[in-house]
Unconditional design. Structure first.
Length: 160
């Protein structure tokens, strides 16, 4: 977690993209059951979340959106809405993070680390396409989903 926060504190999108790539590499054990649940012939509702809902959850949701053809701009706009959802929590998070000497007391970088900037998600979508071929490529190669399961995801998410 400390390494990921360090990546988030970098200027620009490169740190987020690296952190999100690391999440994708580590995520199959967590993401695969979610994908399979959503691909089932009669899936039940589910709630997917993490601490802030922008990193592990944001990448998961971006993959699903990419799979069904949501435009990159819309994926990035939806991701950026997290900033509004956690707006009231940010002062608390900053206060806690400032107490950690490893974070150097740099408010600007801390704010960057807890942000959900659309350009970070746009760069992440590009990385997914570059490094994994596509959302389907990630799901098939990294998560071991069969084509029928990918088709089930598309069907259940409203794309035929």
């Amino acid at each position: 977690m400390a390494l990921r926060i360090g990546l988030y504190m970098q200027e620009g999108s490169a740190g987020f993209v690296q952190a999100y790539r690391d999440i994708l590499i580590a995520a199959p054990a967590a993401y695969t059951p979610i994908f399979r649940h959503l691909a089932a012939s009669t899936p039940t509702p589910c709630l997917v979340h993490c601490t802030a809902g922008k990193d592990r959850t944001g990448v998961l949701v971006a993959l699903l959106q990419m799979l069904v053809g949501v435009p990159q701009e819309a994926i990035a706009d939806e991701y950026a809405l997290t900033d509004l959802g956690v707006q009231d929590l940010k002062p608390i998070w900053v206060e806690r993070m400032l107490k950690n000497s490893a974070l150097e007391g740099n408010v600007e970088r801390i704010m960057n680390s807890i942000s959900s900037k659309r350009e970070n998600m746009l760069a992440t979508v590009e990385m997914i396409e570059r490094d994994f071929g596509s959302a389907e490529g990630y799901m098939r190669k990294e998560c071991g989903l069969e084509i029928q399961e990918v088709q089930g995801l598309r069907r259940n998410l409203g794309v035929r």
